[in-house]
Design a protein around this ligand. Structure first.
Ligand SMILES: Cc1cc2nc3c(=O)[nH]c(=O)nc-3n(C[C@H](O)[C@H](O)[C@H](O)COP(=O)(O)OP(=O)(O)OC[C@H]3O[C@@H](n4cnc5c(N)ncnc54)[C@H](O)[C@@H]3O)c2cc1C
Length: 355
């Protein structure tokens, strides 16, 4: 990143880790995160206070028009959504660093399993070029997850739970904004294996990181098909999708789980992977809504929003993506009995008891 000294105003929507590097290049530093829920606002405020330790001149000004800035640090967004063109610095944060699908060390297959097998063979024992996290919140989260609580040993058994602080890694937020280099996270898993032994749980964390990687490369291959209603399964259809207001969504007649998940999503900006899948199943199968409007809702609210993982997963669940099995259906009552037998989830987000 070479910022010219003629630049005056840097506007930061995310890409926090670059702020210390760039602060001397600009006369004005504005932190203008985009948040859509109270949970997201609190997250960004915490980030702001962290960043201020590095850059005391940083200003908190949500809602600032990016047109006022000389450089905008924003999401690692795809071409169609680069509203501010060359001003945006999109940081690549993947296990395989290359510009497009044709430069990956192997051709991108259609299915995840062959991708995983090919990728596994290419992965080094450690990535020597991993970037260290620059802020203490990420370092502390890594230390707590791997070294204090040793949760990487039990990830496989807990990963499908719906609520709680420790059932999954919760690193997606840091990965998606670039505060945590996925190569560094990969190295931590390998170091943990070195210290405590590899098992199904440690292997599964790597597999999940490969899912993330897979959607990125699969997108590089298929590009705008990711935003077509027919996905990979038909002619391109970019017709506008409805953006539902929260009032409209709250009035929908749906399983109480749907309303609980909506509440969690819009107040915290997070849903577990299991809850994302169950929510998408209600959205697609019970309510019969467009997968793209679901992806749009997630895009607006998820604190770990990542365009490739979000659209890739929605497409997959809608049966127009990489899964040859077609649309995925989840029996919500059965899922709740399996993954939330004590009914904590519904109680926490709607006050109702699980069936
Ligand atoms: C409909 C839907 C939308 C999603 N949208 C996003 C999104 O916008 N951003 C996002 O980061 N993830 C998304 N995911 C993937 C997954 O739900 C989240 O990455 C995960 O829940 C984040 O929590 P964690 O960090 O504790 O995950 P963990 O279970 O601890 O997994 C470790 C890491 O592996 C990666 N990962 C795990 N599961 C997946 C997956 N299914 N696809 C791709 N990567 C995965 C993530 O980087 C995650 O941080 C979506 C999944 C679904 C079903």
């Amino acid at each position: 990143m070479t910022a010219s000294r003629t630049m005056k105003t840097l506007l930061i929507q995310n890409q926090f880790f670059l702020v210390p590097e760039l602060q001397h290049e600009f006369s004005r530093l504005i932190f203008s995160p985009q948040f859509h829920s109270e949970g997201q606002r609190q997250f960004f405020e915490r980030r702001f206070h962290e960043l201020q330790k590095w850059s005391p001149a940083l200003e908190w000004k949500p809602g600032t028009n990016p047109e006022e800035a000389d450089l905008v640090l924003a999401w690692d967004a795809f071409e169609e959504r680069r509203r501010f063109g060359s001003k945006i610095y999109g940081h690549q944060n993947r296990l395989f660093s290359a510009a497009d699908a044709s430069t990956l060390p192997f051709p991108v297959p259609e299915g995840f399993t062959p991708f995983r097998e090919k990728a596994e063979r290419q992965l080094p024992a450690l990535f020597p070029d991993a970037r260290l996290p620059i802020d203490t919140e990420v370092t502390q989260a890594l230390r707590s997850y791997f070294w204090d609580k040793k949760l990487a040993s039990t990830y496989f058994e807990t990963r499908n739970q719906l609520t709680g602080p420790d059932f999954s890694t919760k690193f997606s937020v840091y990965l998606s904004c670039g505060a945590l280099d996925v190569k560094h996270l990969y190295n931590e898993v390998r170091r943990f294996e070195e210290a405590f032994g590899a098992n199904k749980s440690t292997t599964w964390i790597i597999y999940e990181l490969l899912w993330r990687e897979y959607f990125y490369w699969h997108y590089q291959k298929h590009q705008s098909a990711y935003f077509s209603e027919n996905g990979l399964k038909g002619p391109k259809d970019f017709s506008p999708v409805k953006a539902y207001s929260l009032t409209e969504l709250r009035e929908l007649k749906a399983h109480p789980f749907f309303h609980a998940a909506l509440q969690e999503l819009t107040t915290t900006g997070f849903l577990s992977n299991r809850a994302r899948q169950m929510f998408a199943s209600v959205w697609l199968n019970d309510l019969g809504l467009s997968w793209r409007s679901g992806a749009r809702l997630f895009e607006e609210h998820l604190i770990d929003y990542d365009v490739y993982s979000n659209f890739g997963n929605w497409m997959y669940l809608a049966g127009v993506g990489v899964d040859p099995r077609g649309k995925r259906y989840f029996d919500i009552d059965k899922q709740l009995r399996t993954y939330d037998p004590e009914g904590r989830y519904l109680r926490a987000f709607t006050g109702e008891i699980s069936p």
